[in-house]
Ligand binder design. Structure first.
Ligand SMILES: NC(=O)c1ccc[n+]([C@@H]2O[C@H](COP(=O)([O-])OP(=O)(O)OC[C@H]3O[C@@H](n4cnc5c(N)ncnc54)[C@H](OP(=O)(O)O)[C@@H]3O)[C@@H](O)[C@H]2O)c1
Length: 327
């Protein structure tokens, strides 16, 4: 994987250009602020409402999406992936002009053919590997969140240099900019979300909690052991990998994990991971999610409600209250 740092980026590819940040949510707010602090002219394109108020309040020239598209050289697509195709078709496509650069923060809509840009614009990806508030916080600490960059369409001959400069503008060159493709970023991102970050780990915690509670242990204790303490290990892994984890946890914990972990995540889980990856690669997951959005997300809404109203969530709220009361 090719990597780029500050000295590898030629700022002249973006200097003096106007960036329109389309959408002012988690990434939009952070990236707009970082790009402005990096010296670029930034305007914000959003619909009337909360985001419009927030962007104006933060001192940005804020306008409808179509107006921002007409005025800018670089367009950062920072709206939710499930709404992006509609916004693109309605508010952007008619006003795109030669030489502009479309910047995506995730490959989903290009990779799955939901957005097909016209042939007269550059299309690149700058995907930060962190949530919006972290993109802003690290930038303010003279650091940055790593980003993946990729080029989908290069009309001007300098699409990659523009992408690298944009990544530098949001702070990523202070960490690392890694070259990838829209396909790889999309598929690995979805796979990580589903099998680990939002799927695998969460369900592992639920199953472990249920096992302890069914065996008669106190729910609060089960919550502490199976959910709350995960943060300690995640922090250690983030800072120094398995080495730091094993240097920090007890040998009993380390031995138990090394010998029992593979029984928990065994061949069945690995087979399920293969199936899930195949659904992502074939586009089956994308199709399912896009159709779910077309009918206003009934399944998603019901599942989120069930999770929010679960016994586990009630116990978690109580545990956090107990901890904060003690402070
Ligand atoms: N969340 C992350 O940290 C993260 C990390 C890496 C990459 N990404 C990528 O970054 C992109 C943006 O994600 P995000 O999480 O920052 O999105 P988000 O927080 O959900 O941002 C929503 C923004 O889009 C606007 N919006 C929503 N629907 C709209 C519509 N129909 N018309 C016009 N504006 C609309 C919202 O305006 P209103 O207030 O008016 O609804 C709001 O300003 C996505 O491609 C995502 O995959 C996100």
């Amino acid at each position: 994987m090719k990597k780029y740092y500050d000295a590898d980026v030629d700022w002249s590819h973006i200097a003096g250009k106007t960036v329109a940040v389309i959408g002012y949510g988690s990434q939009g707010r952070a990236q707009a602020a970082n790009l402005r602090d990096s010296g670029l002219a930034v305007i914000v394109g959003v619909r009337p409402g909360r985001s419009f108020e927030a962007a104006s309040c933060d001192g940005f020239s804020t306008m409808p999406v179509a107006d921002a598209v007409r005025k800018a050289d670089i367009l950062a697509m920072l709206v939710p992936d499930e709404s992006a195709a509609e916004i693109f078709r309605r508010d952007m496509l008619p006003w795109l002009h030669d030489g502009q650069t479309l910047v995506f923060a995730h490959g989903f809509n290009i990779h799955y053919g939901q957005i097909v840009p016209p042939p007269n614009v550059d299309v690149v990806m700058v995907a930060p590997k962190g949530v919006g508030p972290q993109v802003r916080r690290l930038y303010l600490e003279d650091s940055g969140v790593a980003s993946l960059v990729a080029v989908h369409q290069d009309v001007t001959g300098s699409a990659k240099q523009t992408a690298l400069a944009f990544a530098k503008g949001i702070g990523s060159a202070r960490s690392v900019i890694m070259e990838s493709t829209f396909a790889d970023e999309t598929e690995t991102d979805l796979f990580g979300e589903q099998t680990v970050i939002c799927g695998g780990v969460v369900n592992l915690m639920k199953a472990a909690y249920d096992t302890l509670v069914a065996a008669g242990y106190e729910p609060e204790m089960a919550y502490y052991e199976c959910m709350h303490e995960l943060k300690l290990v995640v922090d250690l892994l983030y800072e120094g990998g398995f080495t730091k984890m094993h240097d920090s946890v007890s040998k009993t914990a380390g031995y138990g994990g090394l010998t029992r972990g593979p029984r928990v995540v065994g061949p069945k889980t690995r087979a399920a991971m293969q199936e899930i990856l195949a659904e992502i690669q074939s586009g089956a997951f994308a199709r399912e999610w896009l159709l779910e959005n077309q009918v206003n997300r009934p399944q998603y809404t019901a599942l989120v409600r069930q999770e929010k109203e679960s016994e586990l969530e009630r116990v978690g709220t109580a545990v956090r209250r107990i901890i904060s009361d003690g402070k």
